[in-house]
Design a protein around this ligand. Sequence first.
Ligand SMILES: Cc1cc2nc3c(=O)[nH]c(=O)nc-3n(C[C@H](O)[C@H](O)[C@H](O)COP(=O)(O)O)c2cc1C
Length: 264
Amino acid sequence: MPDSPTPISTAEDLPTSETIRLLHGRVSVRRYTDRPVDDAHVEAVLRAAFRAPTSSNIQSYSVVVVRDPETLKQLSVVTSNQRHVAEAPVFLAFCADMARIETAMTGYGHDIDGNNLEMGLVCSIDAALVGMSASLAAESLGLQGVMIGAIRNDATEAARILGLPHRVYCVYGMVLGWPAEAPPPKPRMPYDAVVHYERYGERRSARSMEEAVAAYDAELAAHYRGQGRTTNDDSWTADVAKKFSVRPRQKLRGDLAGQGFDFG
Ligand SMILES: Cc1cc2nc3c(=O)[nH]c(=O)nc-3n(C[C@H](O)[C@H](O)[C@H](O)COP(=O)(O)O)c2cc1C
């Protein structure tokens, strides 16, 4: 650490833009008005999202647009009955998709069996980048929503419901709608706890990582309590310690293998 740490700029000092303001205002929204999200809005959002960068131009993603109430109900069950999934104005399933790659490879006499961790990751990263781009495009139109990782609670059942073929799995879903709530933005880990210069550990901060996390714990606890929610004083630390004390989604590896992703 330098002897006299470079002062950390306040957000007000920094360059800004419409996109940066949009990002600072974004929150997960789980309640929506009755106004439908029409196909034109979905298409505008997805066409923009497909401009996301994609590894080696493989474009290894597909999106399933779901509106049917019965399908939404079934998807909600997979997500441990999340209400906003069952009542979603529209649900977008962002899928990692190796099917087109497999066709290309087969045409040239190769096969995709034994595809490895790198291939699975690349396809999943592609799908994630498209999803985040869609989220921002949607926000820019006034739509808001929430990503749904709980679709991986049972990736096999999600694939059945969505009719996903072999070599395709749903990385996460996203509910979009016209917002009927305006939750305050959830605080993030302090900048100086997350950013390092040149080498990990070289931080422009007088406080230790532990002090920065403790400050965040207190800020997050105040945020939750301000919303009438019960939390520990060490809010973030207690939450993540509990969340990962039991390894999540132990059947996921098997589910994804069943969909043709070896992750070996
Ligand atoms: C990949 C991913 C999966 C998520 N899955 C769920 C989910 O299943 N249900 C839910 O209500 N929120 C889900 N979220 C939303 C997070 O809980 C939320 O982004 C986080 O608490 C931060 O809050 P914010 O988005 O309001 O800033 C997910 C977010 C991400 C990025």
